[in-house]
Design a protein around this ligand. Structure first.
Ligand SMILES: Nc1ncnc2c1ncn2[C@@H]1O[C@H](COP(=O)(O)OP(=O)(O)OP(=O)(O)O)[C@@H](O)[C@H]1O
Length: 305
């Protein structure tokens, strides 16, 4: 195991924002912490990185104790800084060299520029880089010393879809190079597409942990019917429809039916709506996603939680 975390706890003002978190990350894995804002992802991540001291718990990185020996651990890990923390008045090349100088050894700056598609921006001031370029630079800085483990805290927040996909390709390449990647995200699509395993976090706890496919399988229903009723009906109304395994009312007023027999469910739902004179507003069907795993476990939606 590359990362072993046991019963991590951190409290602020008596409130446990990380409340007994345990997990392991295998070598070469892309592991994701998925959860809404405020779930405790950053706090967890920074304790694993050795940047915040936990109140309780244990962190081993490649067998080294990150709580007791954070400085030894730092040589082996790369941490992507939020791009706001970059020095705006240095060029791309200068900032990579500056970061490299913090370590005993560094990779060649030309190789880093090339591998993060920043060659043409080598002499550009950091403040003139686009959002996607800044994120690529932040990752290049995190790997200047060729670390085994990379930490990325919400690496694609605020990026447009194209820049997001470019970044996913970079993360995949870090894995192909044999590195272990630990990232946090509140985008379920990112967790689903990129991560080998995902820990879903809410209010300081891990509420589910598995591969994306495994998490969806645990739902025991592969499809979702969603609609809004002008006047909400109690969940019980839908529970007995053919195929329906679970009924959830989301906070934004949508009724969400998880079903393992989509056609049968629809065949019963439509006549019922006719009979009761409901308008099924914005009705749509789709295959189940991690969003539904989150909704099922917390009753909240990931996106607006
Ligand atoms: N230094 C601190 N002092 C007091 N409260 C804190 C501190 N750091 C974090 N918190 C609180 O802990 C909770 C978890 O914060 P954290 O940043 O870990 O969440 P997150 O899941 O990373 O969310 P986000 O996506 O918004 O960064 C929040 O309620 C936050 O206000």
């Amino acid at each position: 195991m590359m990362i072993q975390v046991e019963n991590l706890v951190k409290a602020y003002n008596g409130q446990r924002v990380v409340d007994g978190v345990s997990f392991e990350v295998a070598k070469g894995e892309i592991f994701g912490l998925l959860g809404p804002n405020g779930a405790g992802k950053t706090t967890t991540m920074e304790m694993v990185e050795g940047l915040r001291t936990p109140d309780e718990g244990k962190v081993l990185i490649d067998g080294l104790d990150a709580v007791r020996k954070p400085n030894t651990v730092k040589e082996h890990i790369g941490v992507q800084l939020q791009s706001t923390a970059l020095f705006d008045h240095l060029t791309t090349r200068e900032i990579i060299l500056l970061y490299g100088s913090f370590y005993r050894e560094m990779r060649r700056v030309e190789e880093l520029l090339a591998s993060f598609d920043l060659e043409e921006k080598a002499k550009t001031l950091v403040k003139h880089l686009s959002g996607g370029q800044r994120q690529r630079l932040a990752i290049a800085m995190a790997v200047v010393h060729d670390p085994k483990v990379i930490f990325l805290d919400e690496p694609t927040t605020g990026l447009d879809p194209k820049a997001r996909r470019d970044l996913w390709a970079i993360v995949q390449r870090l894995k192909d190079e044999g590195r272990t990647v630990f990232l946090s995200t509140h985008y379920m699509e990112e967790a689903e597409q990129l991560c080998d395993r995902v820990a879903i976090m809410d209010t300081g706890r891990i509420i589910a942990l598995d591969s994306p496919a495994g998490l969806i399988r645990q739902l025991a229903s592969d499809s979702v019917v969603e609609f809004v009723l002008e006047r909400p009906e109690p969940a019980q109304t839908f529970r007995d429809l053919d195929g329906v395994k679970e009924v959830k009312q989301s906070e934004d007023g949508a009724t969400v039916l998880l079903t393992d027999r989509l056609q049968d469910t629809l065949r019963r739902l439509i006549p019922l709506a006719d009979e009761k004179k409901w308008d099924l507003l914005g009705m749509r069907t789709r295959t189940a996603t991690l969003e539904d795993v989150f909704l099922q476990r917390t009753g909240k939606r990931l996106t607006d939680a």
